[in-house]
Design a protein around this ligand. Structure first.
Ligand code: NAD
Ligand code: WQD
Length: 330
């Protein structure tokens, strides 16, 4: 049985679909801080499969204990966490408590119940301001904000766990920029509040919820002056978790993988592809750079291909179409 924390969230719900379609038994948990129970019904509808679910908070260790007590868990995929960079600067303790203390609670329960496999949602944010691209897994790490520091600290805690317990196996999956939605249109990125990331904001500008998209700077040293990122389809990302889990079933220690495509697209390329494939206008205005942004980030994804046999398959067109398909009728 696999425990999926943060399962009602964006990446958790898509990964739940991939796991159920692979015939895995799962149990989910979430506190719905940034999600809603409707995602769980959608997962059931897509897969035609049922699963146990707990409305629980990582920070409530006794509540979490029930999950371990009532299910025979042999692996954990850990998505639950807060992820808004700006909010983390304003409320660092909330991020340290939720993300780090919450993860420590989870790990203590795993230790108590003898659970040895862990897949962690890390992030390309741990590369800070990369000095070169594409970024390999052994590039230097740094954090530029409290959110990023939670990812770096948790990576460190998990490496320490592997040193202390030779039977423990961990995959640190460093996601680049996940976008897109399941082809059913039933699950996708549905954040509570105002989104920070580019794709949900493109969708809001296309829908007229925002009058225009702010392009954060067109004077970067990139192909057209706008920021370049490695956007990866969330369904490809979900399949990466399955590949990592299979790897952990045959290994111990901490393994680190970039989950990206290896291709960098600019903000203008994103806007124009979105408009073209969806036949919709995205009004935008060029504004000053956003503090903390770097010009160019994209992965070297070779290690995941060589060791997990996984690579991202879906195109930018797929990503833009499916994002809009999910959002347009909401
Ligand atoms: P999300 O907000 O959609 O999902 C996270 C889920 O965790 C939410 O449903 C939220 O309600 C839940 N949660 C938060 N704190 C909790 C707690 N204390 N107890 C129980 N549930 C809690 O985010 P996502 O995009 O699906 O991200 C999943 C993970 O991947 C996060 O850890 C995030 O930091 C990481 N990540 C995301 C991105 C991205 O751009 N989306 C990139 C890199 C890494
Ligand atoms: C992408 C590009 C912006 C919004 C962040 C986190 C990172 C990770 C993913 C979790 C940049 C530009 C954006 C807008 C714009 N999350 N942009 N107008 O900054 O690469 O990464 O999310 O781990 O930690 O920092 O993603 O989607 O915010 O921005 O012009 O309204 O789009 O400047 O070039 P980013 P993003």
């Amino acid at each position: 049985m696999i425990l999926v924390t943060g399962m009602a969230g964006y990446i958790g719900s898509h990964t739940a679909v991939a796991l159920l379609e692979d015939g895995r038994q799962i149990v989910g948990m979430d506190n719905f801080y940034n999600s809603s129970p409707s995602a769980l019904d959608a997962v059931k509808k897509i897969t035609g499969k049922d699963f146990a679910f707990y409305n629980a908070d990582l920070r409530d260790k006794e509540g979490m204990r029930r999950i371990f007590e009532e299910n025979s868990i042999d692996a954990v995929i850990h998505f639950a966490g807060l992820k808004a960079v700006g909010e983390s600067v304003e409320k660092p303790l909330l991020y340290y408590e939720n993300n780090i203390s919450g993860t420590v609670n989870l790990l203590e329960l795993m230790q108590e119940y003898g659970v040895k496999r862990f897949v962690f949602s890390s992030s390309a944010t741990v590369y800070g301001e990369p000095d070169h691209v594409p970024i390999e897994e052994d590039a230097p790490n740094s954090a530029t904000n409290p959110y990023g520091r939670t990812k770096l600290y948790i990576e460190g805690i998990l490496k320490d766990m592997c040193v202390a317990d030779k039977k423990f196996s961990v995959a640190l999956l460093r996601y680049f920029n996940p976008i897109g939605a399941h082809e059913s249109g039933l699950i996708g990125e549905n954040p509570n509040g105002i989104p920070n990331n580019l794709m949900p904001r493109i969708c809001q500008a296309a829908k007229g919820i925002m009058p225009f998209l702010t392009v954060y700077g067109d004077d970067y040293p990139t192909k057209d002056g706008t920021g370049v990122r490695d956007y990866i389809h969330v369904c490809d990302l979900a399949e990466g978790h399955l590949a990592a889990l299979k790897k952990l079933e045959k290994s111990t220690g901490a393994l680190i993988y970039n989950l990206g495509t290896g291709i960098g697209y600019s903000v203008y390329e994103m806007i124009h592809t979105f408009m073209k494939v969806n036949s919709v206008n995205v009004p935008y205005k060029v504004c000053p750079r956003r503090a903390g942004d770097v010009p160019t980030v994209y992965a070297n994804p070779d290690k995941a291909l060589n060791e997990l046999g996984w690579r991202a398959e879906r195109t930018l067109e797929d990503m833009c179409k499916s994002s809009w398909e999910f959002v347009k009728n909401k």
